[in-house]
Design a protein around this ligand. Structure first.
Ligand code: AMP
Ligand code: MG
Length: 341
């Protein structure tokens, strides 16, 4: 199959393809998505095939607004869904609710619930409106690879496998949406994202639990390896500069061809491949996946990332993605102790 890249002002071929049950990669504010008509099981099957995605890993259904949510919901709207969608839609928040029969079992991972989000990206919205159907769209990468935040990332993973990729520039958020399960009480944060835990809790006026820490519940699909470049990722999760410096030197000895992703001030320590991470956690979120992909192309023997974990706002999401990608995390163990690898 020949893959064509479409400009954002030329959506008709993509709209026609989606109406005919084909898949199309398109930009959203989180990452690029690989979309199909969410009510068409055979169309959605092509998403799984193009990605190499296991069929028990459900897809997120994209709608325009709360009416779109109502159209796939079984029963009455949960109060929490009304509150959160009013506050955060359109935007990077996915809600899990009981599903009616509009959405085929394959899209739901054969569960009675469905994941729904309303993207704010104008191209994504134009497609949903024109096709006049909810669009199922996971990230437009081969399964297990870092999510794509640029057109070239989608091309790298999926060219020859899908008919169209729509160019909408680089993703603003750079990490996948926050997922909150509202089919249970209290709500569960299944995946952290740009909408932080404290934002959800303050909107709802109640606690939102994190699976694992407080419950055994896990999101389906989370068991799979995610977000990983080919080279092993080593995360230096430290605050003190002199500890970071020592860790970098040790790792350089162990991995002579290592690549470094770090705040700009660490470039002086590394003559090999380097990607600068911005100063804020939002910058880090935006650049993490593209940084992985850039460095991976240079075939390093390790990708070392310097970033100190925090749990504010998008910090929880960055820590989650980095934790999943990392083969090794190097932490500070107090001023006297040597770092352990
Ligand atoms: P993505 O790969 O970004 O499309 O995200 C899809 C993820 O959403 C899945 O891997 C699940 O973790 C989660 N998800 C989707 N549908 C459901 C559902 N019905 N119940 C629970 N989690 C879901
Ligand atoms: Mg994905």
């Amino acid at each position: 199959m020949i893959t064509e890249i479409l400009r954002g002002d030329n959506l008709s071929p993509a709209i026609d393809a989606l109406k005919k049950g084909e898949v199309v990669a398109f930009p959203t504010e989180t990452v690029y998505g690989l979309g199909a008509d969410a009510t068409n099981s055979r169309a959605c099957q092509k998403i799984f095939e193009a990605k190499g995605r296991p069929s028990d890993n459900p897809l997120i259904v994209h709608v325009l607004d709360i009416k779109g949510l109502e159209s796939v919901l079984a029963g009455s709207m949960p109060k929490a869904a009304a509150v959160l969608t009013e506050k955060f839609w359109p935007g990077p928040l996915t809600v899990i609710v009981p599903s009616n029969d509009t959405i085929p079992p394959l899209v739901r991972g054969f569960m009675p619930t469905v994941a729904v989000r309303s993207p704010s990206h104008l191209i994504a919205r134009a497609l949903i409106a024109a096709v006049n159907r909810p669009l199922a769209a996971p990230s437009a990468n081969r399964s297990g690879r870092p999510s794509p935040t640029r057109v070239k990332d989608v091309w790298q993973d999926l060219h020859g496998r899908i008919p169209y990729i729509i160019d909408g520039g680089d993703s603003l958020v750079g990490l996948e949406s926050t997922i909150v399960d509202l089919s249970v009480v209290p709500p569960l944060l299944l995946r952290p994202g740009f909408i932080g835990l404290e934002m959800l809790e303050s909107a709802l006026g109640e606690r939102v639990l994190i699976p694992g820490a407080e419950t055994p519940h896990k999101a389906p699909g989370m068991k799979y390896r995610h977000y990983a470049p080919r080279a092993p990722v080593i995360w230096i999760n430290m605050r003190e500069d002199h500890h970071i410096e020592r860790a970098i030197v040790r790792l350089q000895k162990k991995f002579p061809n290592m690549a470094l992703m770090a705040p700009g001030k660490w470039q002086r320590m590394h003559s090999g491949s380097f990607v600068t991470l911005g100063d804020t956690t939002e910058d880090m979120a935006r650049q993490l996946f593209s940084g992985f992909r850039e460095l991976d192309q240079r075939k390093p023997d390790a990708i070392v990332v310097v970033w100190e974990e925090n749990d504010r706002g998008v910090g929880l999401a960055v820590a989650n993605r980095l934790g999943k990608a990392a083969a090794l995390e190097v932490k500070e163990e107090g001023p006297e102790k040597q770092v352990t690898e």
